[in-house]
Design a protein. Structure first.
Length: 286
């Protein structure tokens, strides 16, 4: 397994960490008291070896965030056999998922395994993510959460988002534009809109998120193996088939401490023409 995840510190390094680079929040956290400056996070950018240009584009696009991004070698579902997928406990026997969806799930599974075995949360990006320039300052909202497992920093804007704003009071949202243009992406990166965390009910995509070690353990336990379920999405008024790990995650948000930030700190490009997870033909059985 590839050891990845460069660390970036925003302030003065703690004792014994002068050579470490960590994304650290401003105050001590009850969840992670080991860190004097508050919880610190590794960061991962998921990228396939055969698509180095996407990682290079990601770095150019998001240079304003001031994060020392670290590439994480993605699992390539195109090279997976059924034995590989079943051996990693990614899918149930006979399940139908695209190779890209299986590779995506395997990549996040590996990151969750690393995070579950560590003492620090992880900040995870996919290589088509657009990241706000002020993300490191805005991540301070995490320390105000009393307890958290998973925080969606962004979500697919060509789908829906459902949040619980207060207990028993929910909001369902759609987005415009669904696919950001170069102009709207530039405006988003420069945004300084306030950010708050709300209980997550439904969202799709894994373009950017934070996950705690405990959250990683729960995701590993509850999301795998993937199976062909149907998910009821109130905001759509219908059920939809689970197409990948983000669909499986929707079944467990009410069982873990899951949140989403609003306004978002990350949005994906949603370019289906170059997506490796969108079905383009017959979907194999594993």
């Amino acid at each position: 397994m590839l050891e990845a995840g460069r660390r970036l510190r925003l302030g003065t390094p703690a004792r014994g960490e002068s050579r470490e680079r960590l994304i650290c929040l401003n105050q001590r956290s009850a969840l992670y008291p080991i860190f004097e400056a508050g919880p610190c996070m590794k960061n991962f950018v998921v990228n396939l070896n055969r698509q180095p240009e996407k990682y290079e584009s990601f770095l150019r696009l998001n240079a304003g965030s001031k994060i020392a991004f670290e590439r994480f070698e993605a699992s390539d579902g195109a090279s997976f056999s059924s034995q590989d997928a079943l051996g990693m406990n990614l899918v149930v026997p006979g399940a139908q998922f695209t190779p890209g969806a299986v590779g995506c799930a395997a990549s996040h599974l590996r990151i969750w395994q690393q995070t579950a075995q560590s003492e620090v949360p992880a900040l995870v990006f996919e290589d088509d993510a657009i990241v706000r320039d002020d993300i490191t300052e805005r991540l301070d909202f995490l320390r105000r959460l009393k307890d958290w497992d998973y925080v969606a920093l962004g979500y697919n804007t060509d789908s829906v988002l459902e949040l619980e704003l207060t207990p028993g009071f929910k909001s369902e949202m759609v987005f415009t534009p669904k696919q950001p243009s170069d102009e709207s992406a530039a405006v988003f990166r420069r945004s300084s809109a306030e950010v708050a965390a709300f209980r997550l009910v439904n969202c799709f995509g894994t373009a950017g998120y934070a996950v705690s070690p405990r959250g990683a353990k729960r995701l590993l336990e509850l999301c795998f193996p993937m199976e062909n379920r149907f998910l009821r999405v109130a905001a759509l008024g219908r059920t939809i088939p689970v197409m990948g790990v983000d669909g499986m995650m929707n079944f467990i948000y009410n069982s873990i401490e899951a949140f989403a930030c609003l306004s978002p700190l990350v949005i994906p490009k949603n370019n289906n023409a170059v997506s490796t997870t969108v079905p383009t033909g017959e979907i194999p059985r594993w």
